[in-house]
Design a protein around this ligand. Sequence first.
Ligand SMILES: *[C@@H]1O[C@H](CO)[C@@H](O)[C@H](O)[C@H]1NC(C)=O
Length: 205
Amino acid sequence: MAQIVCSLLFISLIMLAFSDTVDSSSSARAYLEAQCRTSIHRDLCVETLLPYVTKTILGPQQLAQISLAVCLSKARQTKEYIYTVAKHFNETRDFGDNQAIQECLRQIDNGVNQITLSVKEFQQMGRDGEENFVLHEGNVQSWVSAALTDVDMCIDGLLGDGIGGREEDMIKAKFLNVKQLASNSLSLFSRFSSRHRASHIVKNP
Ligand SMILES: *[C@@H]1O[C@H](CO)[C@@H](O)[C@H](O)[C@H]1NC(C)=O
């Protein structure tokens, strides 16, 4: 009898624990859906941030920082991939077939640099508080926007001067992912900074 009571207790404890995680993960999702409301790629926005908010609820500034960091990491991976393909094409194809991919390599390299700059600028913004807020805000926005333009140029180049095959599809998919992450980061960032400005007296430089 004691054993039955014991196992019943055990089962209900498990169920309790289980329903708790389900609850907290669905409330994390609901929270992120609200935070990602202004993002064009809202589902991606939620999925990107979900692993980070299941234990702690993060504010708009932290969410924008995480989104930008994920974007940077994907952009770096994409750059490595493009480099490998470009190198392989250099060894196996004529120079003429190579233009689009070399151009993409240059653009993703620029993109990685620009996103790196905005990540640093965002960190500096956190350290400076109200000091130079508007200046930092403008820099973060213009660097992420520049990265978006670079990514677009590669995709357009590939569409125009198709390199064909599996690589072209892979490159397009990777660039599209980076582009969507950058776009989400930009909208999360704008959400954070406009709210911040609205609730603080911001010192102009
Ligand atoms: C491919 O060849 C071009 C022209 O020689 C060179 O500029 C470029 O750096 C090479 N790219 C890679 C990834 O090796």
